[in-house]
Ligand binder design. Sequence first.
Ligand code: ZN
Length: 173
Amino acid sequence: MKRTLILSAGHNPRAKGAQVGDTSEYSLNCRVVMELTDSLRKLGVNPVVVDSSMSLTERIAWINSNYPEAICIEFHHNVFNKKAEGTEVFFKAGDKIGFDLGKKLLSLVASKLSLKNRGMKLASQSARGSLAWVSRLSHGLLWEVCFMDNPEDITRGVGFPETLAQCLSPEFT
Ligand SMILES: [Zn+2]
């Protein structure tokens, strides 16, 4: 039996994450989830999309009571020093299902888009030291698509949703 795929845009309308010029991280994360969902549907995959007005705590509680065994991917964008580049995925220690899927997708997407592959990372390696999305879900992956303060990285990331849909769909059909 195929697992449920859950998609989530990181942050929410009340706390929009990083800001670069007029662009909030939340708006970029929402664009990724919207375009990824459209592309997946065209390929015959129907993901469950988390209501992005919910807080992180509410999202986690909702998933754990409705889809405890789902593969859950939340999308974010990095910010650092305008020069850092690349794409990376955080996973939960001991989650082999999430790790194997994340690693495969990350290397496919990075090579197709010429994004630097920063690798699979444990939640403890994140700037925040822990990531609830990863640590409190069975199979939570947190994908930092690219660096939103690096214009070249943003350009490489434009095709991310469609490319990821092509790589994800065989895993869920
Ligand atoms: Zn974020």
